[in-house]
Design a protein around this ligand. Structure first.
Ligand code: IMP
Length: 194
């Protein structure tokens, strides 16, 4: 069966391919389309944003479609940056800047708990819709640390590793990540409905 991943992000496409192709699924992505598609993520939650993209592709191309949306929630900052993680403090600001600003905002906070959240939507052309959510719990680190990963990884302290997610091998991070945990749920669903 063919499944469409509603993203042009090669990193995400590779991660989905690695998990779905061994099960016999053929993966297509926005990069395989001749037309240039921009889908506005104007939902109010990770689930809504993931659904908007997968629903659009499933309807337009009559093919099962998967999409994900993810971000960082910090409890002491009212769950910011949340669905605005990519746009936080400006779309074009560097993560060095975003991360250092967050550390400043967290300077006198006792509660440093935070989590990465990932919602994966699966939409079928006949209107069936499913959302699978994965999380990873951590704390906002006291300093920026680690050369690996991307985005907020250098300030995401993960207790079981005694360091930030940017300070471990990316394979190790990917084996415990929010995206991985959501993908496992998607795989369980696909196996059950095969
Ligand atoms: P999107 O899911 O591609 O819209 O990404 C949302 C944003 O959330 C990213 O640009 C990052 O800022 C943040 N984010 C999501 N997942 C991760 C992660 O695994 N590590 C670090 N930052 C992440």
């Amino acid at each position: 069966m063919e499944i469409f991943i509603a993203t042009a992000n090669m990193h995400k496409v590779a991660e989905f391919k690695a998990m779905l192709e061994p099960l016999g699924y053929q993966i297509k992505s926005l990069n395989d389309l001749e037309e240039n598609i921009e889908i506005e993520e104007n939902g109010q939650s990770f689930e809504e944003n993931a659904l908007i993209k997968a629903r659009y592709i499933a309807k337009r191309y009559h093919i099962p479609a998967i999409s994900d949306d993810s971000g960082l929630e910090i409890d002491a900052l009212n769950k910011q940056p949340g669905i605005y993680s990519a746009r936080f403090l400006g779309h074009d600001t560097s993560y060095e800047y975003k991360n250092s600003q967050i550390l400043k905002m967290m300077q006198d906070k006792k509660d440093r708990s935070c989590r990465f959240v990932c919602a994966i939507a699966l939409c079928y052309p006949d209107g069936q819709e499913y959302v699978f959510q994965g999380t990873i719990e951590g704390n906002v680190a006291k300093k920026i640390e680690g050369p690996n990963g991307f985005g907020y990884d250098p300030i995401f302290y993960y207790e079981p590793f005694h360091t930030t997610l940017a300070n471990v091998d990316p394979k190790l991070k990917n084996s415990v990540s929010h995206r991985h945990n959501a993908l496992i749920k998607l795989l369980e669903h696909l196996n059950e409905t095969k």
